[in-house]
Design a protein around this ligand. Structure first.
Ligand code: KIV
Ligand code: ZN
Length: 512
């Protein structure tokens, strides 16, 4: 009999902590639905006490998700735990994930608490959380840099208070696979009640070893939960990537001998949704979900693959969802077919008015592009400015002129609080001129820290997907826009970022 490995997805919490990756309630709900289709065991939906917005997102996810456990992070205090429990009230299965730092550097310099105070607070927090829900996870933040004897005492106390999962994070990505695996094994051997909880690994990727460390924690250490994110999204160099861990366990079942409940055919759709929503482009050579992950160009490889796939392939592209990239709709498709495809893609639209607006955008796109792929539809609905009439700024139209030897010029019509205004500007290229024309009417004063263009489906007929990252008064947001015309896509992305900057969300950092 094989053991089960619990897949705990934290894309919507730790992933969202990446600068610029913050998501709206609808975006988070859409991703949560995809994670449920992917059949992850636990969805960490956010950090309820960090902002009213995050509280509402967790509440909405708890109401809609039926199969996966829904979890909220909380610091080890009564207020945070109460907010987490309140947000999770409607969940079918709820988990509170409470944490406190245990490393000397975090306790002394960040928390300014003695080890005994930390131990006491950890106990009280787990006890308090257990009074609200039966499923309580305790994390010792920066566990890997903690003093072993002290960590054992904290973990033993947390289990005594009723923690059902014990998470041992490598918060700063300092671990080495063999050492981390041994560390988890030693802790499990030394903590007397270790068999009363599921042990979990949570690795950051600062040295590029998050997946390897997590797998070592499972194989050597005996952990039975992995915390991970889609595309490895996360602060700094990111978290352990879900798709890599899942496919490693699946592909090397001979070695790990573990079951994962994930439906791997949903991996690619999840990856695309997260990338398109956050604007964090997936590198082409990324394992499993990169555009080249299953592409064979070298003649000798192609020859081998044609003779027998297993000459160069250890996994089948279709097993992780690659064949789902089919041409699904075109110019003649009706509203019902469009609505059904939205549902299949996990896009929930609550009002008929939203569906009508999205359908009008789809028809407009189909007039300009003969083949419409799933990615095109996802890009279309992930454009904030397209579907949210309540946004402060909206895109209306754009014209620009550029010619060799002449200064490019753009005229852009946008809405500001529902009123149309026209901006004009020159720039060193048509994109620059267009964004300056918008800025001339908005005067946001924000600094652009990233601009990137990506072809959604390969050819020059494809839509360009543009990400614009803006920074203003300490806040960093990403805007995403898609259009067959990359200048228009850039204007839409810029407007989407301005709208995000305009929606005041205040957040408390989990590590703060
Ligand atoms: O990296 C970390 O330590 C965390 C904890 C809050 C679990 O994300
Ligand atoms: Zn983390």
């Amino acid at each position: 009999m094989t053991d089960k490995l619990v897949i705990f997805d934290t894309t919507l919490r730790d992933g969202e902590q990446s600068p610029g990756a913050s998501m709206t309630r609808d975006e988070k709900l859409r991703i949560a639905r995809q994670l449920e289709r992917l059949k992850v065991d636990v969805i960490e939906a956010g950090f309820a006490a960090s902002s009213n917005g995050d509280f509402e997102c967790i509440k909405a996810i708890a109401e809609h998700i039926k199969d996966s456990t829904v979890c909220s992070l909380s610091r080890a205090n009564d207020r945070d735990i109460t907010l987490a429990a309140d947000a999770l009230q409607k969940a079918n299965r709820a988990r509170i994930h409470t944490f406190i730092a245990t490393s000397p550097v975090h306790m002394e310099k960040k928390l300014r608490m003695t080890p005994e105070q930390v131990l006491e607070q950890a106990k009280l927090a787990v006890r308090f959380a257990r009074n609200r829900v039966a499923d309580v996870e305790f994390s010792a933040e920066d566990a890997y840099r903690s003093e072993e004897d002290f960590l054992c005492r904290v973990i033993e106390a947390a289990i005594n208070e009723g923690a059902t999962t014990i998470n041992v994070p490598d918060t700063v990505g300092y671990a080495i696979p063999e050492l981390y695996g041994n560390f988890i094994r030693t802790l499990r051997q030394r903590v007397p009640n270790s068999d009363k909880a599921i042990w979990s690994v949570h690795c950051h990727n600062d040295l590029g070893m998050a997946v390897a460390n997590s797998l070592a924690g499972v194989k050597i250490g005996g952990a039975r939960q992995v915390e991970c994110t889609i595309n490895g999204l996360g602060e700094r160099a990111g978290n352990c990537s879900l798709e890599e861990v899942v496919m490693a366990i699946r592909t090397r079942r001979d070695y790990f001998d573990l079951d994962v409940g994930v439906d791997a055919t949903q991996i690619l759709a999840a990856s695309r949704m997260v990338s398109q929503t956050t604007g964090f482009v997936v590198q082409p050579n990324k394992a499993i979900v990169g555009a080249n992950a299953f592409a064979h160009t070298a003649g000798i490889h192609q020859d081998g693959i044609m003779k027998a796939r297993d000459t160069y392939e250890i996994m089948r592209a279709e097993d992780v969802g690659w064949t789902a990239n089919k041409m699904i709709l075109g110019k003649l498709s009706g509203r019902n077919a469009f609505k059904q495809r939205l549902q299949e893609l996990g896009v929930q639209m609550d009002s008929e008015a939203d569906i009508n607006l999205a359908f009008a955008k789809f028809k407009d796109l189909a007039d300009r592009k003969s083949e419409i792929f799933d990615e095109d539809i996802l890009a279309l609905v992930s454009e904030e400015s397209v579907l949210h009439n309540s946004d402060r700024f909206g895109y209306v139209s754009l014209s620009q002129h550029s010619e060799t030897g002449e200064l490019p010029h753009a005229t852009v019509v946008i809405t500001v609080d529902g009123k149309e205004v026209t901006g004009q500007a020159n720039g060193n290229g048509p994109v620059d001129a267009s964004l300056k024309a918008i800025e001339s009417k908005v005067n946001s004063g924000s600094e652009m820290v990233l601009y990137s263009v990506n072809a959604i489906s390969g050819s020059t007929e494809s839509q360009g997907e543009v990400t614009v990252r803006l920074q203003n008064s300490g806040r960093v947001v990403n805007g995403v826009g898609a259009d067959p015309d990359i200048v228009v896509a850039s204007a839409k992305a810029y407007i989407s970022a301005l709208n995000k900057l305009n929606s005041q969300v205040d957040r408390v950092a989990a590590q703060g």
